[in-house]
Design a protein around this ligand. Structure first.
Ligand code: UGA
Length: 438
């Protein structure tokens, strides 16, 4: 099939490459000229395991091309996927849908009645119906439009796109879903469930799934606050409750909480939308979910202050700065916020991260970056593990123990083997646990 993918951020780039890998002819459209040039050269503008190789493959196969705006060839696409971002609006909680509307209106000006428009961006419920009305005015006909939310996670984006848990399609007319199902035929042939819903339910599936995941994380982090006050251990608690198959153990990892470009802004946007709909009280609990999450960042600052007496003038090493491993995304990263708060208190912060130092340097935070792990912890008075990269999880403490004079580590992600670290002479502190150090 002939496909256009509009918006080449994380979602759009991954989706475009996935569609080209399925054998479709894909044109990626993105107004940022430098990003287009980078992608056309086979380079990813962000870190995502496996995606760069796949991008090079589809360019070499001639099934993927890039341009800054629509032309005759892109207008002739069977399907146009809208993948632009919906960030949190400036100084508001709601999602900014202006990029989605702008992309849809530009598309409407060249749209053919036979083409299918498919929205993949995460949007407030009700957006798709407004888009149909707005596009109709420009196009002069009612566009065929489905909503098809994407559930990919950074770090496993391509695999999540090609082997999703489910495909959700929302539309007013189930007959038009056939074109999209044909496009996804290879994915459906693997037995992937497909749910054909109305537009509003499809939009809601995405934001409510993210809200549920955020709630699960904040639930276990609320238990961490109880554990800290009572002497219990949240890691063992999570294991015990997670063995109940009705609860499940995933998304019960306690620590410094969730971040990134999705969960935090999606729960805020969802609260704002519920208030617009006059049912704000239904999602009032999500405000607590947000607050519990943000408190975890301050908890680590408090633990560091307790340990060091005061932060000013102290050398502190942050291991990991991205919001999660296998990503260089710093958006709303808990590790970054903790590092900045400690710096604001006068701490001298050195950051190590296997892939995110370049992204950090572009932000001009004033944090010192160090690519060599041993150099990063050489003169430190406190190490904080902020992102659970495999190289930190698997680090043999014996190999780094001769470097710092003061061996104290805050395990912000609760991934270290406490016994091994203590045996190597380290004091281990962990949020949500009450670890006794000898
Ligand atoms: C999230 C969803 O998981 C995807 O399904 C969704 O498609 C995506 O948002 C999106 O809306 O685009 P992502 O932001 O890549 O994906 O990351 P997650 O794996 O969900 O992790 C989010 C944050 O929660 C990370 O900071 C992670 O460290 C934290 N987390 C996760 C915990 O603190 N504890 C856990 O148990 C799990």
């Amino acid at each position: 099939m002939k496909i256009s993918v509009i918006g080449l951020g994380y979602l759009g780039t991954t989706h475009a490459v996935a569609m080209a890998k399925l054998g479709h002819n894909v044109i990626g459209i993105e107004p940022d000229e430098s990003r287009i040039q980078q992608l056309a050269a086979g380079e990813l503008p962000f870190f995502e395991p496996g995606l760069g190789e796949a991008l090079k493959q589809v360019i070499a196969a001639g099934t993927m091309s890039f341009q800054t705006q629509h032309d005759k060839a892109s207008a002739a696409s069977d399907i146009h996927f809208i993948c632009v971002g919906t960030p949190q609006a400036a100084s508001q909680q709601s999602a900014d849908t202006s990029y989605v509307f702008a992309a849809a209106i530009q598309l409407a000006a060249v749209l053919r009645p036979s083409s299918l428009v498919v929205g993949k961006s995460t949007v407030p419920v009700g957006t798709a119906r407004n888009l149909i009305a707005g596009m109709q005015e420009v196009a002069g006909f009612t566009p065929k439009l489905c909503w098809n939310p994407e559930f990919l996670r950074e770090g496993t984006a391509l695999a999540d796109s090609l082997l999703p848990d489910r495909i959700v399609i929302g539309s007013d007319d189930p007959d038009q879903n056939q074109t999209l199902k044909l496009c996804y035929q290879d994915i459906l042939n693997q037995g992937t469930p497909v749910l054909e819903l109305d537009l509003e339910t499809a939009e809601l599936v995405k934001v409510s799934a993210n809200a549920f995941l955020a709630t699960k994380i904040s639930f276990i982090n609320a238990m961490a606050e109880i554990a800290e006050a009572s002497g219990a251990d949240t890691v063992k608690l999570a294991e015990a409750i997670g063995l109940d198959s009705r609860i499940g153990k995933s998304f019960l990892r306690t620590g410094i909480g969730f971040g990134g470009g999705c969960l935090p802004k999606d729960i805020r946007g969802f609260i704002a939308r519920a208030e617009e709909l006059g049912v704000g009280e239904s999602l009032a609990f999500l405000k607590e979910v947000d607050q519990i999450n943000l408190r975890r960042r301050q908890r680590v600052v408090s633990l560091a202050t307790k340990e060091l007496g005061e932060i000013a003038g102290k050398n502190i090493t942050m291991l990991g700065i991205s919001f999660k491993p296998d990503s260089d995304d710093l958006r709303d990263s808990p590790a970054l916020e903790i590092a900045l708060r400690l710096k604001a208190l006068g701490g001298i912060i050195t950051v190590h991260d296997p892939v995110s130092l370049g992204a950090l340097e572009q932000k001009s935070t004033g944090l010192t970056t160090e690519i060599d792990l041993q150099a990063a912890i050489k003169d430190t008075e406190l190490v904080i593990l902020g992102t659970e990269w495999a190289e930190y999880k698997n680090l043999d403490p014996a190999t780094v123990s001769s470097f710092p004079k003061i061996k104290t580590i805050i395990d912000g992600r609760n991934v270290l083997n406490v016994d091994t670290w203590q045996q190597a002479g380290w004091r281990v502190i962990a949020p949500g646990r009450n670890i006794v150090n000898g």
